[in-house]
Design a protein around this ligand. Structure first.
Ligand SMILES: *Cc1c(COP(=O)(O)O)cnc(C)c1O
Ligand code: SF4
Length: 335
């Protein structure tokens, strides 16, 4: 069980840890003892989409290594400023699929709620980096519209909390939302898409365990872990308490150049996930979002990498390699 006794005062809460995250490039590079040559490009790129890295996540990076795969996911670099043909600001067509404020419905039976625009970390490859969150999130007093839409739509059996990162909201708000969703007879499953546990495992609280294990709903926590080094002992311990309450754990990763683009990195990731009780679900081909072109792995190479992983691992540890194609009725498998 997750202990409910008050934490000793030297352990800051997850909110305090978020508040002390790195937001200045100089401070992060200084902490990692990395040459400040990268600074001008980083500063310029951070103007568009700011830097944000929890200190605990930075602590997993290798000092003095500007190519560290964890650092690469968060460090703004001047490559982001190069405009590339075929890369857009709304690569997955989300802006067309908003059925109600903060509600996206692209696939049968499932709706995705944009619960907040905030994230605990800013991932440079993010397809939502240009998303106009203000006014589009279900959070700002619009829960009611989103809920009414779900109540009216009897074919919806699964509600996906997304964002941004839904776990940026307080457990109190999430408990309230979950209670309301649990009362809708046709809603059977609750899914939470989140990157926070991987970068701030302290976010998995006893209160979170309470609302996520609502007996009226089958709950699925879909983590977003891209590299085996993101799976720490603290994360494993927190997840094992969650699993004990019957929550299913899945993972989605993004295939990223310089982060996890080798058979070895992908095999280690799948094995690390399974050791933590998580099943690999999707390996996403990068969405062609402007500013993230340097993370792209060409499709033939992605397929070859996926084949190499299939040759090494049992089928249940091989994530589905998928691409999101606007207008499609599901994610599209590349194999
Ligand atoms: C990816 C996505 C889902 C979930 O798709 P699954 O294949 O069920 O994981 C649902 N809604 C939207 C809008 C999505 O982008
Ligand atoms: S946490 Fe998710 S939504 Fe937020 S920046 Fe990272 S990938 Fe994007």
């Amino acid at each position: 069980m997750i202990h409910r006794t008050a934490a000793p005062c030297q352990t800051p809460s997850w909110q305090q840890q978020l508040a002390s995250a790195f937001t200045r490039v100089e401070a992060l590079l200084d902490y990692l003892k990395i040459d400040l040559d990268l600074l001008p490009g980083a500063r310029a790129a951070a103007k568009d989409f700011s830097l944000r890295v929890p200190v605990g996540y930075a602590a997993l990076m290798e000092p003095e290594n500007p190519h560290d795969p964890l650092l690469r996911q968060v460090l703004p670099i001047d490559d982001e400023l190069r405009l590339r043909p075929g890369f857009s600001t709304d690569p997955v067509g989300d802006l067309d699929r908003s059925v109600e404020t903060g509600v996206l419905q692209k696939y049968h039976g499932r709706v995705l709620l944009i619960t907040t625009g905030a994230c605990g970390i800013h991932c440079r490859y993010c397809f939502r980096r240009h998303y106009p969150y203000s006014g589009s999130s279900a959070e700002r007093g619009y829960w009611r519209n989103a809920i009414d839409f779900i109540v009216r739509s009897e074919q919806i059996s699964e509600v996906i909390l997304s964002g941004g990162d839904p776990l940026m909201l307080s457990d109190k708000r999430l408990a309230h939302l979950t209670r309301v969703l649990a009362e809708i007879p046709h809603v059977k499953r609750l899914r939470v898409h989140t990157r926070l546990p991987a970068v701030l495992p302290e976010r998995i609280t006893a209160e979170m365990s309470d609302w996520l294990s609502n007996p009226e709903l089958q709950s699925v926590l879909v983590l977003h872990i891209n590299h085996a080094r993101e799976i720490t002992e603290i994360l494993r311990a927190a997840l094992s308490s969650l699993r004990a309450t019957g929550v299913s754990l899945l993972n989605q990763s993004v295939l990223l150049r310089g982060v996890n683009d080798s058979p070895q990195a992908l095999v280690e990731l799948s094995e690390g996930l399974f050791a933590a009780g998580i099943l690999p679900y999707y390996l996403h081909q990068l969405d062609p979002v402007q500013g993230a072109g340097h993370f792209a792995v060409p499709e033939p190479e992605a397929i070859e990498l996926h084949r190499a992983v299939m040759r090494e691992l049992p089928g249940y540890l091989v994530p589905r390699l998928v691409q999101e194609i606007p207008g499609s009725g599901s994610k599209t498998p590349l194999i």
